[in-house]
Design a protein around this ligand. Structure first.
Ligand code: PHE
Ligand code: FE
Length: 302
C-alpha cells in the first residue's frame, strides 16, 4: 500500500446529504474549534504530518500554496487556532475558517463558501492513521485548503463556486458541479514557468499523491476544459487516473464565472459520460498515462 496521508473523502464526495443540525452547532452550522482541548499528542500529529509534507512540497506545490503557508504562519507548530489564522486570512482575502461538526448538508456548505467561510473539521487523525483516513480531518482541511485561500483570484473562485452551488440546487446536477470541485480544488495541477505544480488540497495533503501526480507515468494529464471535466467521473478511494491542468487561476475563474451553467446542467442531466481514464480526440493531452498503477489494482494491489 502506498504511503499516503490525505482524507480520501471530502465534503464534495458525499454530496446529496440532508440531515438535522446538531444541537451544539450555531445557526450557520459552525461550532467552537475547542483549541485548548487538543492534547500534546494531537498537536504532535499535526507536526509529524507537516514535516513529512515539507520534505515533498518545495518545488512541487504551487508558489501560491507555499506563500499561503508562510502568510498564515502555519509552520509555527501544532494544530493552528482557527481564530488566529482567520484574522490573518480575513485581512488578505476576507475569508475565515470555521469548525463544523463533520460533513454538512450541501446547501450549508455552499452558503458558507458564498459567505467566505471555509468549513473545517476540528478533529485530527490518530497516530496510527497518518497514512490513510476516511474522513477529512483538520490537517486535510486546514493545511490542504486554507493556504490557497490567501490568493485573491483563487479566493474569489471559491466564493463563486459557493454561489454557483446554491444556484445548482435548483437543477439535478450536483454531481457535475462536484466534479468541477474535485478536479480543481481537490486535485488540480497548474502549469507554471517552472513546470507543473500542485494546487489541489487532496494532493498537497498527501506525500504519496504529491509525487505521483507530477511524476508518475500512470495518470493522464489533460488541459482544463470546463465542459469536458464536468462530465468526467472520478475516484474517491485512490490516486486520480486523470489530472486536469490549468494555465492560471484567472483562466479557471473566467471559464467558470463567465459561463452560465444552466444549459450545461440541462445537457448533462447529472450524468457522467466519461470514465476517469478516458482520453478524447479533442483533449489537449499533456501526458498520456499508461494507467499501469490503476490497472494493477491501485492501492489494493498485492
Ligand atoms: N457560472 C456558474 C453558473 O452559472 C457558477 C459558477 C461559478 C460555478 C464559478 C462554479 C464556479 O452557475
Ligand atoms: Fe477537501
Amino acid at each position: 500500500m502506498p504511503q499516503d496521508s490525505k482524507g480520501l473523502t471530502c465534503y464534495i464526495s458525499c454530496m446529496n446529504n440532508h440531515f438535522a443540525k446538531p444541537a451544539h452547532a450555531r445557526e450557520d452550522w459552525t461550532i467552537d474549534q475547542g483549541w485548548s482541548d487538543y492534547s500534546s499528542e494531537e498537536h504532535g500529529t499535526w507536526d509529524a504530518l507537516y514535516e513529512r509534507l515539507m520534505d515533498v512540497l518545495p518545488n512541487r506545490a504551487a508558489p501560491e500554496f507555499l506563500n499561503g503557508l508562510e502568510a498564515l504562519d502555519l509552520h509555527r507548530g501544532g494544530i493552528p487556532n482557527f481564530e488566529r489564522i482567520s484574522d490573518d486570512l480575513e485581512t488578505l482575502t476576507g475569508w475565515r475558517v470555521g469548525a463544523v461538526p463533520g460533513v454538512v448538508p450541501d446547501e450549508v456548505f455552499f452558503d458558507l463558501l458564498a459567505n467566505r467561510r471555509f468549513p473545517a473539521g476540528n478533529f485530527i487523525r490518530k497516530p496510527d492513521q497518518l497514512d490513510y483516513i476516511q474522513e477529512p480531518d483538520v490537517f486535510h482541511d486546514v493545511f490542504g485548503h486554507v493556504p490557497m485561500l490567501t490568493d485573491p483570484v483563487f479566493a474569489d473562485y471559491m466564493v463563486a463556486y459557493g454561489e454557483g452551488g446554491l444556484r445548482s440546487l435548483r437543477h439535478a446536477s450536483l454531481k457535475n458541479l462536484a466534479a468541477l470541485y474535485w478536479y480543481t480544488v481537490e486535485f488540480g495541477l497548474i502549469q507554471t514557468d517552472l513546470g507543473l505544480r500542485i494546487y489541489g488540497a487532496g494532493i498537497v495533503s498527501s506525500p504519496a499523491e504529491s509525487r505521483f501526480s507530477l511524476a508518475a507515468t500512470s495518470p493522464n494529464r489533460i488541459a482544463f476544459d470546463l465542459q469536458r471535466l464536468m462530465k468526467t467521473d472520478y475516484r474517491i478511494d485512490d490516486f486520480q487516473q486523470t489530472y486536469f491542468v490549468i494555465d492560471s487561476y484567472e483562466q479557471l475563474f473566467r471559464a467558470t464565472v463567465d459561463t452560465d451553467f444552466a444549459p450545461l446542467y440541462a445537457d448533462m442531466q447529472g450524468q457522467f459520460n466519461l470514465k476517469p481514464d478516458d482520453i478524447l480526440p479533442s483533449d489537449k493531452v499533456i501526458t498520456r498515462g499508461t494507467q499501469a498503477y490503476a490497472n494493477k489494482g491501485g492501492r489494493f494491489a498485492a
